[in-house]
Structure formats: C-alpha cells, structure tokens
Design a protein around this ligand. Structure first.
Ligand code: SF4
Length: 277
C-alpha cells in the first residue's frame, strides 16, 4: 500500500489493529493503534472521517495480537525493510505511535492494558524516548480512575495527549460533536489531563451551512483555551477531507485565512498554535 496524505486507510496488508499513515497532523509517518476496529464512539463529530461510525463502546481487542502486530510493524519501519518499502516518499520519517483509529481509544475496556503493551514493545525495540507516543482523544473518559492511572503510565513513556476541544458552549458541543455535555466539566477534564501528561488541545474549525462559527462561539472558545494554563498549546485543524458522517452534508472547510486569524487571536493570548488548514 502506498502512503500519501490522501490515503488514510487504517489497514496495511496483514495488520488488523495497527496501521501506518503519512500524517499531516504528525508531520511524517505515524503508526496508529486502533482499539476500535468495530467503529464505536460516544461522540459523532460533524467532521468525523470514520466511515460507518456507530455510537457505543468498542469491544475489547485481542491484546496478544496487538502486541505482535505493533512490534512487527515498528520493527519493519525502524530497522527492517524501512519506510520506502511502504511507499513513503524520500525523507519521510517515522514520527510517532498514536492511539487513534476508528473511534475513541479511551472508551476501549482494554485501553489501560494497551498502554502497557505499548510500553513493553517500545522497551523491547529500544525506542523509549526515541519514538513519541501520542493519545488522540475526545477527553470524555478522563474522570475514570483506570484511564487516569493509564495516563500516568503514558506520561512515563514521554507520551503526549491531544485533547479535543472544538467548541466551548453547550450549543457548540451539540452542533460540532453531536454530544450533550457541560463545557465546564470538559474543561475540568482537560485541566486534569494537562496535569497528568503533556497535553495539546486539538481543535477542528469548519463552516456549517456556509457559516463559520459565530463571534460569540469564538470568544467562548478563546476564553476556554485561555483558562487552561498548563497546556502545551493548540493544534488547529481545518477539514482536509470531506466528512464520512452521513448527517453532515452541510459541513465544509473554512478558508485558510479564517484559521490563521483565529491562530493570531490565540497567539495574542500567549497560546502557542500550530495550524493545519
Ligand atoms: S472525530 Fe473522533 S471523537 Fe469525533 S466522532 Fe469521530 S472518532 Fe469520535
């Protein structure tokens, strides 16, 4: 399989729980761990790229198989036949190993054990401190003690968390993430996360029915991010590809200049920002 920015297929031949993508978010080749091959999530974001996503909790994956596949793929990429054999262009680098995939990883009943699998594999391959572990999460499970404990171990691996915050009002969450939750509760989880582990806020901005987020929504968002002093910064995304969410035909990409203006407003509050339109 050839890896390009447009090819984010989750599977490489022979692998079922791990994959490799040339990732614009990571700035190189990212190995992904998919704890949700049954495509389950408790949110249903308007811009979600997962085809056939369903609400609910994922079934536990086979941890022995995960350990085997992860070690095999990382070994192949780092020491074996290399990135070129996978079709990555010259100069592409293996930059991280991310809990990502087709749903919310911390919803998986085996997420804590999967962190331990990652620790063992990185240790055996001598990659501790060399390959950055990332957890891409909607942050909704940060109140659960087993997830908190797993994040502490994740921090020991020098991992970092990318915590989703797209909007900051109840209406904004309902519209962007199709979920009913308290913005204050979500911000509390983000604060807790940032104390446990280095944390970036990841934000997707987009138009709905041709309209960008309202100024009041943007102000609420800026205030919310400003209330998170321990974060590393914000990773601000547009929509690079059309959504797979069947109910979101009205969702479209914003102009790059809109995202840059928002980034400028964040930086004016001394918040580091990386933009990927
Ligand atoms: S983008 Fe992530 S959090 Fe949102 S619905 Fe898709 S899998 Fe769930």
């Amino acid at each position: 399989m050839s890896l390009t920015h447009d090819n984010h297929a989750r599977m490489l031949d022979g692998y079922t729980l791990v994959y490799a993508v040339l990732s614009r978010r990571a700035g190189g080749v990212s190995v992904g761990i998919n704890l949700c091959p049954d495509r389950r999530c408790n949110w249903q974001c308007a811009y979600c790229q997962v085809e056939g996503l369903q609400r609910g909790r994922p079934q536990p994956v086979d941890l022995c198989l995960l350990e085997q596949e992860l070690e095999h793929l990382l070994h192949a990429l780092v020491r074996g036949e290399g990135l070129a054999a996978l079709g990555a262009p010259d100069g592409a680098r293996l930059v991280d190993v991310a809990f990502s995939g087709d749903g919310e990883p911390t919803l998986s009943p085996v997420f804590p054990q999967a962190v331990d699998v990652l620790a063992r594999v990185l240790g055996r391959l001598g990659l501790h401190g060399l390959l950055r572990p990332v957890l891409i999460t909607n942050g909704s499970q940060l109140h659960r003690p087993e997830v908190v404990a797993a994040l502490s171990r994740f921090a020991d691996l020098e991992g970092e968390v990318w915590f989703k915050l797209d909007r900051a009002t109840q209406e904004g969450f309902a519209s962007a993430n199709r979920v009913r939750l308290s913005p204050q509760g979500h911000l509390q989880r983000a604060r807790r996360c940032a104390l446990l582990c280095p944390t970036w806020i990841q934000t997707c901005m987009f138009s709905e029915a041709g309209q960008p987020p309202s100024e009041s929504e943007v102000l609420a968002y800026l205030d919310a991010v400003g209330s998170l002093p321990s974060i590393r910064g914000v990773r601000l995304y547009g929509m690079a590809r059309p959504t797979s969410n069947a109910g979101s035909q009205q969702v479209t990409a914003l102009p790059a200049v809109w995202l840059e203006q928002l980034a400028t407003r964040l930086r004016a509050r001394n918040i580091p920002v990386q933009v990927a339109p």
